[in-house]
Design a protein around this ligand. Structure first.
Ligand SMILES: Nc1ncnc2c1ncn2[C@@H]1O[C@H](COP(=O)(O)OP(=O)(O)O)[C@@H](O)[C@H]1O
Ligand SMILES: [Mg+2]
Length: 277
């Protein structure tokens, strides 16, 4: 068997149990970054009902068809929740769908999976395939509550929340299935450029929590209008120059944030993985 046939696709999952924290936005930017490095990328939308990533990819496909721009696309699959009435049958169907998508994409370099902002069997299962799990989090104690309960007065960590416990369970599932481990990264998103007490307190609690429940804490994107604007065109920050969109200082800073993010998440490069295989 050749190396490419034995090589396993590296799986990146974007997840947390809260909506609106930047999972789909980060997924699309990570996907285009990898595509631009000429990697073969597959994407799976487990949040098919909301379908943000699926529509982002579709908008990109439509734009490329319309303008003739050379916009690299991932091979995309949306997985919907089963509509079968019995829980067992529904779970079996969802399990089959996700296993077959993952195995269909095994010859790809990376599989990027976007998950819904709510707990479900499908989302939990998707988490268990992660080599890297990225959890975007807004700088707000409402978002933090998804990871951990803190005391209102002292901000002491009281106990991990259900999402953290779920990630622990999926780490175990992953270890049982193939002996693999999950690199869990919490990415602060929509960071404000101004200094605030809230920002400082979040930093302190998250740093303490990182050690306690086992994730790496990184700074992601700043709060920038450009992350909201590109969806309809299917473009990301990385396509702006080729698409002749005007680049402002804020866009340049945002591109730098994406470059930093890719460096910090430390996905293994294809060469490194070929050497391991
Ligand atoms: N860094 C950012 N700056 C500004 N807006 C952002 C940023 N990240 C995400 N958004 C916006 O926040 C909303 C939620 O983002 P989305 O990626 O759909 O989150 P999720 O997938 O977690 O529900 C969207 O309107 C998106 O455009
Ligand atoms: Mg989403």
């Amino acid at each position: 068997m050749s190396t490419s046939e034995t090589r396993k696709a590296y799986v990146v999952v974007l997840g947390n149990e809260k909506g609106g924290t930047g999972k789909s936005t980060a997924a699309m930017h990570i996907i285009t970054n990898l595509l631009r490095q000429n990697y073969k990328v597959a994407s799976i939308d487990v949040d098919a009902r909301q379908g943000t990533l699926s529509r982002y990819v579709e908008n990109r496909r439509l734009r490329a068809a319309k303008t003739g721009e050379d916009l690299a696309l991932p091979e995309h699959e949306a997985i919907f929740k089963s509509s079968l009435p019995s829980v067992e049958e529904a779970e079996a169907e969802e399990k089959e769908k996700i296993f077959s998508a993952i195995s269909r994409f095994q010859s790809y370099d990376y599989i990027v999976i976007d998950t819904p902002g709510s707990d479900s069997y499908l989302s939990r299962l998707a988490h268990s395939f992660a080599d890297t799990l990225i959890t975007p989090l807004n700088d707000s104690f409402i978002d933090l509550d998804m990871l951990v309960r803190v005391s209102a007065d002292s901000l002491d960590i009281l106990k991990p929340s259900t999402y953290s416990e779920m990630v622990w369970d999926q780490k175990k599932q992953r270890a049982i299935r193939d002996g693999g481990s999950i690199d869990w990264i919490v990415m602060r998103n929509r960071l404000s450029s101004i200094h605030s007490r809230n920002k400082e307190e979040m930093e302190r609690v998250l740093s303490a929590l990182a050690k306690r429940i086992g994730f790496r804490l990184i700074s992601g994107f700043g709060e920038r209008v450009i992350f909201r604007e590109l969806f309809l065109s299917g473009l990301t920050l990385l396509d702006m120059r080729e698409s002749n969109l005007p680049l402002s200082l804020s866009h340049v800073a945002a591109k730098q944030e994406l470059a930093n993010l890719m460096e910090l998440i430390q996905l293994p490069s294809q060469n490194q993985r070929s050497r391991i295989a």
